[in-house]
Design a protein around this ligand. Sequence first.
Ligand code: NAP
Length: 353
Amino acid sequence: MHSFNVGILGATGAVGQKFIRLLRRHPWFTIKALGASKRSAGKTYKQAAHWIEDIELPGQVAKLKVSTCEPAHFEGVDFVFSGLDSSVAKDIEQAFATAGIPVISNAKNHRMFDSVPLLVPEVNPDHVEMIKSQDFTADGSGWIVTNPNCVCVPLSMSLRPIFDAFGIESVVVTSMQAVSGAGYPGVPSLDILGNAVPFIGGEEDKIHTEPLKLLGTLNSNGTVTHADFGVQSTAVRIPTVEGHLLSVAVKLKEKPSDISDVQKAIEDWKSPIADLDLPSAPKQPVKLYEEERHPQPRLHSARENGMQLGMGRLRTGSVFDISYIALAHNTVRGAAGGAILNAELLAEKGYLN
Ligand code: NAP
């Protein structure tokens, strides 16, 4: 049993609100401090946030004062979660790490730094070791850990068993992304209602690079050799609220004799954190649906508290070896829930003490 006081940076945004929802009954983590921009600072959280969650705002958080994101306002917290806008996350997160306050971040800014773990506990838990090569503080007390882009979470989780069993030559992915992925207020309603927008700025570059770090190999000097397959992507915004749906095609290094070999590799795969019994870890991290019309964002993205990856429509192809659909809850598994699971892993491994 662990007990930590936590702060949330970017607490008023879509991801910040999801942190507040998911942490309200967390057995290890208690929210003690909230940070956002100058627009929100000085107000109570209830006054500052335009609450968009479908539960009542938890009472003790409603009363907390929001401050600007400076380490001096976060004294007494053991670490912070960051749901900061990427335009400001780099400097603020580094200031916290330098002040000896660990940062567990959703923002893109530090994901590809050589010494920063880009972490999905079921995919690459050994990468937490990279923290040891960070030098924000002389005594190692301040560090940064990131979770990937919300498409790269389902992509890397679905590729992990396939990569381990067959090796991968190339991946083509089209992501159909929910509007909550753009934060609040996000995409203008006239652009997205009854429509789809076949471009999401900056998204495809992340999808081309982050999976290679996630599936990379940790070296003894704390660096990661990235996986060496190619990824080509198209990111499309669609008028769903939560849950990013991916259409994935994969060329494999070793050819399976039959699609049932791939199905077996996915179903037999065991999560490397299964035995740690972390509070937010889904019992079944990857669910392979047999029904042709599943998984769907509205029906399946909230399974296992939004932490389960759905896969379906697994099939062979004439151009690529296999194709499938993957689905994950973007603001839970792809953001706040993923970061909380990262924190649980780091607590269990002794990095937060
Ligand atoms: P959002 O709704 O726009 O929220 C942004 C947050 O950043 C707000 O709390 C805002 O505070 C704060 N902020 C903005 N400017 C600031 C400043 N100058 N100083 C301090 N705080 C400032 O965005 P979001 O969707 O929650 O995303 C947050 C981060 O997570 C982004 O980096 C995003 O790329 C990443 N992410 C999002 C998702 C998703 O599905 N939404 C998934 C994965 C990763 P105010 O309210 O005071 O302006």
